[in-house]
Design a binder for this molecule. Sequence first.
Ligand code: SF4
Ligand code: SF4
Ligand code: SF4
Length: 186
Amino acid sequence: MAKHYAMAVVVAKCIGCQACTVACKFQNNVPEGQYRTKTPVVGPKGTFPNVSMYFLKEACQMCQDAPCVKVCPTKASHYNEAGVVLVDVDKCVGCKYCLTACPYDARFINKDTGAADKCTFCWEARVSQGQAPACVSTCVGGALVFGDEKDPNSEIAKLLSKNKGEVRKEEFGTRPSIYYIFQGVK
Ligand code: SF4
Ligand code: SF4
Ligand code: SF4
């Protein structure tokens, strides 16, 4: 069976330290002032005493039905052999169609390369070499779990079998591969 790499974010464990943000920039040489991932605060929401506030890691949602891939006129945006959405820098003409099409505001034009950029699941440097993504390895709170969700023995499959993973903007039909577990925060 083909693998399907996915990430689970256990929101209650995220302390908003931004270690993932920094690790990502370092690992992927992301230019100053640009980010593949950020973890902003959400809230406070509700009325006292029923108030909630948490940090939410944002990045490309690795859609399985990705609008960015559909609109790309040069096929620079594509799925690789493992179904990970990537950008071929040499094919990208910087038209920004994909930036507009992405419902998650996950893309930007890299100031150094002039090409569309976003989270790659650290494919080239880490995951294809058997390592976890930089943000996952660095997460202080242990809030990020990564792996093949089709492997029933993987940590992520076990986690998602016991906890409901929610996807962002489900109504867009993009079928994200990032699951948010909100147990204990809302
Ligand atoms: S989140 Fe945006 S950039 Fe990432 S795969 Fe989905 S549409 Fe493409
Ligand atoms: S900016 Fe690049 S990756 Fe995005 S749609 Fe245009 S050619 Fe494709
Ligand atoms: S998987 Fe890699 S590229 Fe994506 S947010 Fe984490 S560190 Fe950045």
